[in-house]
Design a protein around this ligand. Structure first.
Ligand code: F6R
Length: 587
């Protein structure tokens, strides 16, 4: 998975794509590249690492047409040769691509027989040579279309040709959105790439291509037929995609949660009632998500079961494909995804639809692929989440499950009223714990392993807390039901091993504390997250008292802060952890 942005317009194209690339780094940042066209022809700059300033070799180009790429390696290692753009043999065509070309080997062998010479191990290079091959008999956009028809796998790709004055993009199963600002046109993986210039967008669907000459034309890849597409106005604001006074987006997004939650609570009641009817009447409900979105789904399962007595199954998205064939019309799928582009979610959901399942999605990115394949979508309204680690969207996703559950039992207004008090309590939780977690981070940074434990609806907070700790600080962390500790993991507890026990004073308290005792007796250093202190705790992260069902919304906050400050104490690149990317559009 990678980020791409192309530009065609009357401003300097390199300046425009450079600012877009910086905003797309959350999608990958192990190498970068830009190609542009001016009077002298095609110019390319690329390198490993993150782009840092307009590259010298492009700084004086008078260009109005450029494509660019920030990479998260899948095919081929991280090297300058494998960085995009990739170029045809004659050096006239440049291509950037997000996705995976599955028939790469086959196409490459065929092209090599025709005399094409490859310079990299990257699957994308095959696209540049294919377009070159088709250009022998076709104009540039038609050559791109013919090449796209031969590709198997997933792609959002952009191509330029020094002998043509067009920017051409094509899409299948990887995101691509067109941005329009008067005579300026952008084609990018995501809206923040050009939000600085415009919020007018046209989402491009699978099987479509865009040809931008004097103005953009959307066509079907299969037939070349023109497609009329409505324009959307995105509500996101530029300051939502900027750090402001915060040192990291992640910290900004943690602090934004009280505000963001109020936006999540602004839901259309009729739409929620429609979803509630679908959940109530479905004989089987499968909730599907990956990573943090799955953890939010696990909380959702408890909340729905507790409030409505309905049992839902939660599937890890990457494993869901193995069950899809067994599902049919009696199944409702609730697909949960911040980006709405995660391949592990999207692909089985599409298959499930083919088997007759209905799909409700909980997404943040309006117009994302998941949004568009769903029967009904509920939007998180959190604004863009830039930090690679999900924080505010977890809180929002969990909140959406409360709204669904209360609506299922015809208590939308009563539920909303209760939820309206949460933003203030999150605010209080942040201020209660900010300094404390900074201090505990000094202890955490010296440890190699840590374990998060909880029971009931807070169990998923333990797994989410561990995920945040490992991805931000690179400390090995496991989250598990407290009762599981004695079934194996206890063997790993030594003098000083940090155990983060999420144990608010609810119906699970006594039993969780019994497990805390077991760990403490083996030397664990216990960090308790609770509304009550205990002599079992070496450190207490206090959360306000609240109706037990809402504890996950508060208990997760100290976990986020602890992971954040531990990562800072260890000098980690908090917003862009190594080897990770924000939206994972490959399987
Ligand atoms: C963790 C994280 C990932 C994502 C996962 C799913 O902090 O961000 O685990 O939650 O990749 O992404 P979405 O929600 O976009 O489907």
């Amino acid at each position: 998975m990678c980020g791409i942005i192309g530009y065609s317009g009357d401003k300097n194209a390199v300046d425009r794509v450079y600012s877009g690339l910086k905003r797309l780094e959350y999608r990958g940042y192990d190498s970068w590249g830009i190609a542009c066209i001016d009077e002298d022809g095609l110019h390319i700059a690329k390198d490993v690492g993150k782009i840092d300033g307009i590259p010298d070799e492009l700084s004086n180009t008078e260009t109005h047409l450029a494509i660019s790429h920030t990479r998260w390696a899948t095919h081929g290692g991280v090297s300058k040769e494998n960085a995009h753009p990739h170029v045809s043999c004659d050096g006239s065509i440049a291509v950037v691509h997000n996705g995976i070309i599955e028939n790469y080997d086959e196409l490459k062998t065929d092209l090599e027989k025709k005399g094409h010479k490859f310079k990299s191990d990257c699957d994308t290079e095959v696209i540049a040579h294919l377009i070159e091959e088709h250009s022998k008999s076709k104009g540039f956009p038609e050559a791109v279309r013919a090449a796209a028809k031969q590709l198997k796998g997933s792609y959002a790709m952009l191509a330029i040709n020094k002998n043509a004055n067009e920017l051409v993009g094509a899409k299948k199963e990887s995101p691509l959105v067109l941005g329009l600002n008067g005579g300026e046109y952008f084609l990018a993986s995501d809206v923040p790439a050009f939000l600085e210039y415009t919020n007018k967008t046209v989402p491009i669907d699978d099987g479509e291509m865009v040809v931008i000459g004097s103005k953009p034309v959307v066509k079907k890849i299969s037939t070349g037929e023109e497609v009329g597409k409505p324009m959307d106005t995105i509500k996101w604001k530029l300051n939502q995609a900027e750090k402001g006074d915060y040192t990291h987006f992640t910290l900004k997004e943690i602090h934004e949660q009280p505000l963001v939650l109020k936006e999540t609570l602004r839901q259309n009641k009729e739409k929620l009632e429609q979803v509630a009817r679908m959940v109530n009447s479905a004989p089987r409900v499968c909730i599907v998500g990956a990573g943090t979105s799955r953890h939010a789904s696990l909380v959702g399962r408890y909340v729905i079961a507790e409030l409505t007595k309905k049992y839902c199954e939660v599937y890890m998205a990457s494993e869901f494909q193995y069950f899809v064939e067994k599902l049919g019309k009696d199944t409702l799928i609730i697909a949960v995804s911040q980006s709405g582009e995660t391949a592990d979610v999207l692909l089985p959901v599409k298959q499930a639809k083919e088997h007759g399942c209905k799909v409700v999605s909980i997404v943040n990115v309006v117009g994302s692929s998941l949004d568009r394949v769903s029967d009904v979508s509920l939007y998180l309204n959190t604004g863009p989440e830039i930090g690679v680690a999900a924080t505010k969207t977890f809180t929002s996703q969990v909140t959406m499950f409360y709204l669904i559950a209360y609506t299922m039992i015809y208590q939308f207004e009563a539920g909303l009223k209760k939820l309206m008090s949460i933003p203030e309590m999150i605010e209080e939780t942040i201020s209660l714990n900010e300094e404390k977690t900074k201090k505990i981070a000094e202890y955490m940074k010296k440890r190699d392993d840590t374990y998060f434990i909880a029971r009931g609806e807070n169990f998923a907070v333990a797994t989410e807390g561990a995920l945040k700790m490992k991805e931000l600080s690179y400390i090995h962390a496991e989250g598990m039901p407290a009762g599981e500790l004695k079934h194996g993991t206890l063997a790993l507890i030594e003098e000083g091993t940090p155990i983060i026990a999420i144990c608010p004073k609810d119906h699970t308290y006594e039993e969780t504390m019994a497990n805390v005792h077991e760990a403490k007796a083996r030397g664990a250093y216990v960090i308790g997250i609770s509304d009550e202190n205990s002599n079992m705790f070496d450190e207490w992260l206090k959360i306000p008292k609240i109706d037990y069902i809402f504890y996950p919304l508060l208990a997760n906050i100290p976990c986020q802060l602890l992971a954040y400050y531990t990562a800072v104490a260890k000098g980690r690149p908090v917003d862009t952890p190594r080897n990770l990317a924000k939206s994972v559009t490959v399987k």
